[in-house]
Design a binder for this molecule. Structure first.
Ligand code: AMP
Ligand code: ZN
Length: 119
């Protein structure tokens, strides 16, 4: 598994304001912004501000951070008015899952019926 240099990491650059994004949440080391290619009416990416390559690279010390990301997802689902209709929180990890950006991110998707299982 390769390690990505922060200066070359797209999401670190969004975090640092070097690449524009529609940021909708930033608190306690957690950042959320709208996906540039939304796959549902609501498609938000929630990331740790610190660079972690993938879920597989998290450590026990990241448990609180991971919890805050999940709580941010629940809060944003409410704010985006998809709490009642339903939503999905997805992490792609590694090639078979199609992880394209090597900075841990959670996809919050909602606003339409989502198929299962994923293709
Ligand atoms: P994944 O395939 O799980 O790695 O997801 C990467 C996501 O990042 C995709 O849904 C992309 O549409 C999204 N993405 C790529 N570039 C940007 C960007 N500049 N701003 C916001 N989202 C992006
Ligand atoms: Zn990064």
């Amino acid at each position: 598994m390769k390690t990505v240099n922060e200066s070359e990491c797209l999401f670190c650059r969004i975090r640092d304001g070097e690449i524009p994004a529609e940021i909708i949440y930033r608190e306690d080391g957690v950042l959320a912004f709208r996906d540039i290619d939304p796959q549902a009416p609501v498609h938000v990416l929630i990331i740790p501000e610190k660079h972690i390559d993938s879920l597989s690279r998290t450590e026990n010390a990241d448990v609180d951070l991971l919890g805050r990301i999940c709580r941010a997802a629940a809060l944003l689902a409410r704010r985006e008015s998809i709490e009642q209709s339903g939503y999905r929180l997805v992490v792609n990890s590694g090639p078979d899952a199609g992880q394209a950006v090597d900075h841990l991110h959670f996809h919050l998707l909602g606003g339409r019926a989502l198929g299962w299982p994923p293709g």
